[in-house]
Design a protein around this ligand. Structure first.
Ligand SMILES: O=C(O)CC1=CCC(=O)O1
Length: 261
């Protein structure tokens, strides 16, 4: 078990690949843990150091404050500083993408390239996040789980037995950790900061994504000059789970082009 000590507690991470290799860090979405990347990692280029972690208040990581996107960016910065000797490629999905945008704008010297998956510079509204917080505070995560599955996955994947595992991952997320991240999402607006980013950027969307529709992902990518944008057909919010081969086919050339000096 790999752990980074933080001022508020412990961050659970996993690093695979040679310790001295160029590093790629993965930040996952609301209600998921680092297993989000299990299916796609074996399909990515060998010889890189792949670092993934449970956001604070998710998976095995303890919760600090976590109600501001900067709290989460500070965790990612601490991981990069502890584990990587050179700038990393940052791959962020959904809130993980907002964390990546925040790290790239606050500490540009740490990020050499950015992969923005199923994310945007702003996700949802203050009202929609408050409604979700109220629902969970009143009835728990089970109450919202079916609606979340409809945003996470396209109908074909929702018909598979694997759906139950992802639903369990969501409902087992600590409610306080989930609510803290919802508060961070409700406040986060990276639009101006992301428009000032100048680094190689790849954006990935799913055409059945009910949380960050493809047009929204494309609009965020368009803020960064030179970015490229890809849609994976037949996938929802978590295409690295639904179609890892297609996801790796898009991400791998980007890593080969940008992970090395
Ligand atoms: O749960 C959802 O609606 C999907 C999602 C929104 C932000 C995030 O990280 O996941």
């Amino acid at each position: 078990m790999q752990v980074l000590t933080r001022p508020y507690g412990a961050l659970h991470y996993r690093a695979d690949g040679p310790a001295d290799a160029p590093a790629v860090i993965f930040a996952n979405s609301l209600g998921t843990d680092l297993r989000l990347w299990d299916a796609v990692l074996p399909l990515l280029p060998q010889g890189l150091r792949y670092i993934r972690y449970d956001k604070q208040g998710h998976g095995l990581s303890t919760l600090g404050r976590g109600t501001d996107i900067i709290d989460h960016a500070d965790d990612a910065i601490a991981l990069i500083e502890a584990l990587a000797s050179k700038p990393v490629v940052f791959v962020g999905l959904s809130i993980g993408g907002l964390i990546g945008q925040t790290v790239a704008s606050r500490r540009p010297e740490l990020v050499r390239a950015l992969a923005l998956s199923n994310t945007a510079a702003r996700l949802g509204t203050v009202e929609s996040w408050q409604a979700r917080i109220d629902a969970i505070a009143g009835h728990g995560l089970e109450h919202i789980a079916d609606a979340v599955m409809e945003r996470w996955f396209a109908p074909a994947f929702r018909a598979t037995p694997e759906l139950a595992l992802w639903r369990a991952m969501l409902t087992r997320t600590p409610a306080d950790g989930y609510i803290a991240a919802c508060k961070a999402l409700s406040r986060a607006d990276q639009t101006a900061a992301t428009a000032a980013l100048r680094l190689p950027t790849l954006a990935i969307a799913g055409d059945a994504d009910g949380a960050s529709p493809a047009e929204l992902v494309e609009a965020t990518a368009a803020l960064i000059p030179g970015s490229t944008f890809h849609v994976i057909p037949g996938t929802g919010h978590l295409p690295c789970v639904e179609n890892p081969a297609a996801y790796a086919a898009i991400l791998s050339p980007f890593l080969r082009a940008h992970a090395h000096d």
